[in-house]
Design a protein around this ligand. Structure first.
Ligand SMILES: Nc1ncnc2c1ncn2[C@@H]1O[C@H](COP(=O)(O)OP(=O)(O)O)[C@@H](O)[C@H]1O
Ligand SMILES: [Mg+2]
Length: 250
């Protein structure tokens, strides 16, 4: 069984950044094979992980949906989708990256979508760790990747509005009937302490704060990758300490 870690939170809070740091930590600790899934159409997980992303699952769906004749008769639809999805996986040192993208086509290629769900759950089982960088609304978790996660990592700023939004994600996950073993809260880009009463009753286990990091900012101003961060980088070290339960997947 793989350990599925799903990121969630409002746009701009640091989901993709922290997803990349988690990938980096799991890789450096040599805990097992890793698949990072970019499930936010407006995201850049591949870039932050220093890989050229290939074809997205969305464009594959479009292609097969619009050209069903491309499915080799001898192969069958499921096998063909699996084959195409496999070829969309970009490999890097110690981890793979898969981009979900978004189908551009007009209709719902429902049959392809259904087949994809089977393929995704098979694919996910091939890895020890799967980190899913979601869009704010969790729609991929509910439709296109997996309906369960061992760790849901909600990233928030320290504001009252931000924390309310974090609490709503927990409700949303419940409404969508996404099975979550453990939900965590990380406050990102904040230099200070959070009073306990602000973070309790959100339905999440509060892990702590990752302060503003000028090294991360610098990388974001170029097209750099977070793999460039030195091993003793402050954010990496902080997350390494406070995040242990995230990748323990108990
Ligand atoms: N701890 C941090 N210190 C400094 N900048 C950060 C930190 N976390 C995230 N950022 C920056 O904030 C911006 C948004 O982060 P990102 O991870 O893309 O958010 P999200 O994926 O939630 O939309 C990026 O430019 C990123 O470099
Ligand atoms: Mg993002």
């Amino acid at each position: 069984m793989s350990c599925v870690i799903a990121m969630a939170g409002k746009g701009g809070t640091g989901k993709t950044t922290i997803a990349s740091l988690i990938v980096r930590i799991i890789r450096d600790k040599k805990l097992g094979s890793i698949l990072a899934i970019d499930a936010d159409p407006n995201s850049n997980l591949g870039e932050l992980l220093g890989v050229e992303t290939k074809e997205s699952i969305g464009s594959i769906l479009d292609d097969i949906g619009a050209h069903p004749e491309k499915v080799p008769v001898s192969m069958g639809k499921d096998a063909f989708i699996e084959y195409r999805a496999q070829s969309a996986i970009a490999e890097s040192e110690g981890y793979d990256v898969l981009t979900m993208g978004r189908p551009e086509g007009p209709g719902c290629y429902c049959y392809v979508n259904n087949a994809l769900r089977n393929v995704m759950s098979k694919l996910i089982n091939d890895y020890d760790f799967v980190i899913i960088d979601n869009a704010a609304g969790l729609e991929h978790l509910s439709r296109r990747t997996t309906r369960q996660a061992d760790s849901l990592v909600v990233v928030s700023d320290a504001s009252v509005v931000g924390l309310k939004a974090a609490g709503r994600i927990v409700e949303l996950a419940r409404e969508l009937k996404i099975k979550i073993k453990q939900g965590f809260l990380i406050i990102n880009r904040f230099n200070g302490k959070i009073p306990e009463e602000k973070v309790k009753e959100l339905g999440l286990k509060y892990l702590g704060v990752i302060p503003f990091d000028s090294k991360i900012e610098k990388i974001s101003l170029s097209t750099g990758s977070l793999l460039e961060l030195k091993e003793d980088n402050a954010s990496l070290r902080t997350l390494n300490k406070l995040g242990e339960e995230i990748w323990q997947c108990n």
